[in-house]
Design a protein around this ligand. Structure first.
Ligand SMILES: Nc1ncnc2c1ncn2[C@@H]1O[C@H](COP(=O)(O)OP(=O)(O)O)[C@@H](O)[C@H]1O
Ligand SMILES: [Mg+2]
Length: 398
């Protein structure tokens, strides 16, 4: 089939040709935005799911909706190397400068800018990594203690009041939120708590790996009253078929039913894998309707591509010990597994491997679905581990 007309879009955050199976979540987000726009309080929404299920795509979609509803928005992506203030300050600065340019002078907006300036001073003395400048005098004594759990709520309160004075609402978007340090996450939750108490027109949308539910809960027990944690997962059969068939039929191409069934088996309904299989099957097929043989030919290519890309980039960030641990885990199958069973594979006590396990959770490779259990954050990673390390280590150095 003509590769130029291939509708499928495997990638990170790449908008799919058909955003399948997410209508309910989008409606829920639209309603939350509408309520905040009308001065009502509303819980933030934290999308929770494995890699490749479509969280980033959803955040982008909700952001588009927010902008359509006249929200001021900003989006940041957390990662291991950068602090929350360093990510957030340039964005908040941009929003405040925009608010400052709207018609008449607003004392609330000016004050928020001065508080932002003093927040930057507080952060600078502490971690010294803020690169933007702000040409205004700091509001001395406000949000500049250098203690982020005190300063961030104060800053967000000032920004919320500035927005309120301008009669606009703000929506903050944070992707990969599991990478924030515990103290930063705590400060963010406290900031949103302040926003809720003062009924300010600010809402948070975030996305992260399954461990975020525990990270939020452990950080502040009231987090569950401030946020909802909808689970984003693989698509059900009906939606998965839509994700493949609709874009293809828009191009006048059909999949026969056996081909479709095989794609469902191979992809397990995971959005990223659906795009990957759809994409390669399209390119391999000579004519419509696409057959099961086409899918099987494409499977070889799809797996090779995944092994060189999606899986490989994660594997390359692991130490040899971490690789051995994950290989032992993979030996047991897709999971979840008891961490004690993994330790047994390596002739170790579970407690001896605690730090190694925590490191892998920190890197976003595994998570604990229940106490004492662990599972991969990347779907089908067990199969990849068995391909890339054909034999399993029988021990691990301490
Ligand atoms: N609802 C959906 N239906 C079909 N494909 C989707 C859907 N959501 C996401 N995708 C595709 O899945 C891939 C991964 O999406 P992404 O948002 O990066 O996932 P995550 O952020 O959860 O890792 C992209 O190629 C995207 O086009
Ligand atoms: Mg993502």
């Amino acid at each position: 089939m003509d590769p130029f007309r291939n509708p499928f879009a495997p990638g990170a955050g790449t908008p799919p040709p058909e955003l399948s199976g997410r209508a309910e979540l989008l409606t829920r987000s639209e309603n939350a935005l509408g309520r905040v726009q009308n001065g009502k309080s509303e819980k933030g929404i934290i999308l929770v799911g494995l890699r490749g299920v479509g969280k980033t795509v959803l955040l982008n979609e909700i952001r588009r909706e927010a902008e359509g509803q006249n929200f001021r928005t900003c989006m940041v992506e957390a990662h291991e190397g950068k602090s929350l203030p360093a990510l957030l300050i340039p964005q908040l600065r941009r929003i405040l400068l925009e608010l400052d340019r709207l018609e008449s002078l607003s004392e609330q907006v000016k004050r928020a800018l001065r508080v932002l300036k003093s927040f930057m001073n507080g952060v600078k003395t502490k971690i010294g990594e803020v690169e933007v400048s702000l040409d205004i005098d700091a509001e001395l004594g406000a949000a500049d203690s250098g203690d982020i759990e005190a300063d961030l709520p104060e800053l967000m309160g000032a920004i919320g009041r500035a927005a309120q004075a301008r009669k606009v609402a703000l929506a903050l978007f944070i992707d990969e939120i599991q990478y924030f340090k515990p103290i930063e996450l705590s400060a963010l939750i406290m900031a949103m708590h302040r926003i809720a108490q003062d009924r300010l027109p600010v809402i948070l949308f975030a996305a992260g790996l399954p461990q975020v539910v525990a990270l939020f809960g452990n950080s502040k027990s009231y987090a569950e009253r401030l946020f909802d944690f909808p689970e984003i997962g693989a698509l059900n059969e009906f939606d998965a078929i839509d994700a493949i068939e609709k874009p293809a039929s828009d191009e006048g191409v059909d999949f026969d039913s056996k081909a479709m069934a095989r794609i469902l088996v191979r992809s397990r309904g995971y959005p990223f894998f659906l795009q990957e299989w759809g994409y390669h099957t399209w390119n391999v097929a000579a004519a419509s309707p696409i057959t099961i043989d086409d899918v099987e030919k494409a499977t070889e290519i799809a797996i090779k591509r995944l092994d060189e890309g999606f899986f490989r980039v994660r594997f390359d960030r692991l130490t040899p010990r971490e690789k051995n641990y994950l290989r032992a885990m993979a030996e047991l199958g897709a999971g979840p597994h008891r961490s004690g069973d993994v330790a047994k594979q390596l002739a170790k006590k579970s407690s001896d491997l605690g730090p190694l396990r925590d490191g892998l959770i920190g890197k976003g490779m595994i998570y604990a679905p229940a106490h004492g259990d662990i599972a991969f954050t990347v779907p089908l990673f067990d199969q990849f581990m068995r391909r890339i390390m054909p034999s399993q280590p029988d021990r691990i150095e301490s």
